[in-house]
Design a binder for this molecule. Structure first.
Ligand code: ADP
Ligand code: MG
Length: 550
């Protein structure tokens, strides 16, 4: 190897490597799925670029991932003819942690110390190679370039970069990752092991995978690279869906819902989307980026085409359009009318599939709501035209019920003379339940929605109502509780004494309060603070005064 430049890994990479090598995770097989996934991504990126610039793949006959296993030498290589990397790209991509997901993973890991489950569910990328290798060598040649760079590391804090030696033959465009397997990982150089793992994890990567075992001439095709999403539903098994979900979404839990269909008519497109069953770590990242990939006639176009609204960013999967031009630039994707129409169609379908799930399998739907309800509720103020659909999906904790309640449940059990949907905002269920403002409601057996997600303060102020019933905060104004009967034997009437007391209090408090009045909202407490009828809710006021918009 020509001597090159030595670089130190970013501190977090070292941390990750240390965790990985010290057996955070016992299922080491996942390293191969990560390398194959990177190889497939690289092929798809070049396939996209070559649409505009066919010269980039001149002389190449189709994209493929080649796995070379050498049981004698204890090496395993994953070779792709994808986009490749320049020297600078290798330094950046294989020396730092670019993915916010991996960073969040690391944070979680230190918090919870439960790496086993975490690392299994969330792919941790290239560095997982060091779970099985003493040394990793990457040779890469970027498409369109005539130089190749060699990256080598033993995963102990630094890596080396060098030009491929002058005597060495220039490799074809793409990347070769070679692992010198550690003693206890020798099995990964055996064809049978490789084949088993590829079938288990990578069967539906949309680039064919072939295997070559050292000493054998024959190449073995392990997978055909056919796009799963264009197959009819009836031809796809649950395992195939799960494997593809893992590849496309980088998540390895069980999807809670799979939405697979082909739209025909004004626009033609195929959709294969998944609702995860657990929260991805980047769900509340400030950039709120979606993770649905856009394809045009099987060609990968973009990871973040903003096809779907941000409040559906938990979805994973693929939308493949038949109508868009193949050479569409990523800039052209913005405000493209075809894409916009597809986005609307897919949004409608996802919402109706979620509604169906709520009917057919309330238990699974509850899990989805617990994981993503706070995100879906962002749609209540960002997409007023979807409000009714979202209200039908929304579930709430309330003062009178044990489990989750829908707004229809709420409206179906209104008390006589009750005309509004009551809600209380707060930081937690416990805090809200302890508020004296709820007493009058409790005394009358009135149900109150407990709104404890930060997003609640925003949608509830703009929501007009549900089923003709306005939303009304329990902390706001005279709560028209007088109209609603108290149970036998209780009285809300404080009489003349209370009127006198209110007058005296107003005199004592002066400008600090707008008014002091007898209230039917209290049952056991003596007083409570309320907001005026048309002012801001007290919690919203607090939030705004903190300048805290989240
Ligand atoms: P992720 O794939 O989620 O971005 P990884 O750790 O798996 O994270 O890979 C880091 C980066 O290294 C990739 O984003 C890519 O830019 C680069 N990379 C890794 N493998 C390859 C490859 N075979 N060809 C081209 N680039 C690659
Ligand atoms: Mg990767």
């Amino acid at each position: 190897e020509p001597s090159g430049e030595r670089h130190v890994f970013e501190a977090e990479v070292s941390r990750l490597l240390h965790l990985m090598v010290h057996a955070v995770y016992s299922n080491k097989d996942v390293f191969l799925r990560e390398l194959v996934s990177n190889a497939a991504d690289a092929c798809e990126k070049l396939r996209y670029l070559s649409v505009a610039e066919p010269g980039l793949i001149a002389g190449q006959d189709g994209f493929r991932i080649l796995i070379e296993a050498d049981p004698e030498a204890h090496t395993l290589s994953v070779v792709d003819n994808g986009i490749g990397m320049t020297r600078a790209e290798m330094k950046d991509n294989l020396g730092t942690i670019a993915r916010s997901g991996t960073r969040a993973f690391l944070d979680q890991l230190t918090e919870k110390k439960d790496g086993q489950a975490l690392i299994g569910q969330f792919g941790v990328g290239f560095y997982s190679a060091f779970m099985v290798a003493d040394r990793v060598r990457v040779v890469s040649r970027r498409a369109g370039s005539d130089v190749a760079t060699v990256w080598t590391s033993d995963g102990q804090g630094s890596f080396e970069l060098a030009e491929l030696g002058p005597d060495a033959e220039l490799p074809p465009v793409g990347t070769r990752v070679t692992l010198a397997l550690s003693k206890d990982a020798a099995t990964y150089a055996e064809a049978a092991t490789v084949e088993r793992i590829v079938r288990e994890y990578s069967a539906h990567v949309p680039v064919p995978i072939v295997l070559r075992t050292a000493g054998e001439d024959e190449l073995r095709e392990l997978t055909d690279g056919a796009a799963l999403w264009v197959k009819p539903k009836s031809a796809v098994t649950p395992e195939e869906y799960k494997d593809f979900y893992g590849h496309v979404g980088g998540m390895w839990d069980e999807p809670a819902l799979t939405v697979h269909y082909r739209a025909e008519g004004r626009h033609e497109y195929s959709v294969l989307l998944f609702v995860p069953s657990s929260k991805p770590f980047d769900l509340f990242d400030p950039d709120r980026r979606g993770r649905v990939k856009l394809y045009v006639r099987r060609v990968f176009i973009a990871d973040d085409a903003e096809l779907l609204p941000a409040w559906l960013r938990f979805l994973r999967g693929v939308v493949d359009s038949e109508d868009l031009p193949l050479n569409i630039s990523r800039e052209m994707l913005q405000q493209n009318p075809v894409l916009e129409a597809i986005g609307k169609g897919v949004t409608s379908r996802v919402l109706s599939e979620l509604a169906k799930l709520a009917e057919a399998d309330p238990e699974t739907f509850t899990k989805v709501w617990e994981a993503f309800g706070a995100v879906l509720k962002e749609g209540l103020y960002e997409a007023p035209e979807r409000r009714d659909e979202l209200f039908r999906l929304a579930r709430f904790r309330t003062t009178t019920a044990e489990g989750w309640r829908s707004l229809s449940d709420y409206v179906a059990s209104l008390k006589t003379n009750q005309t509004a949907i009551y809600y209380a905002l707060g930081d937690s269920r416990e805090a809200v339940l302890a508020s004296p403002q709820l007493e009058g409601y409790k005394a009358r057996g009135l149900e109150v929605l407990l709104l404890t997600d930060p997003v609640d303060a925003f949608w509830v102020r703009t929501a007009i109502g549900f089923d003709g019933k306005p939303f009304r905060s329990v902390s706001q104004g005279a709560a028209d509780l007088d109209q609603i009967e108290l149970p036998e034997g209780e009285s809300a009437d404080g009489g003349a004494d209370v009127a006198g007391l209110a007058l005296a209090l107003k005199e004592a408090l002066g400008d600090k309060v707008t008014e002091v009045r007898a209230s039917s909202r209290l049952a056991t407490s003596a007083v409570c603070l309320v907001a005026p009828d048309f002012g801001l809710d007290r919690r919203t006021e607090k939030l705004m005064s903190r300048g805290d918009g989240r």
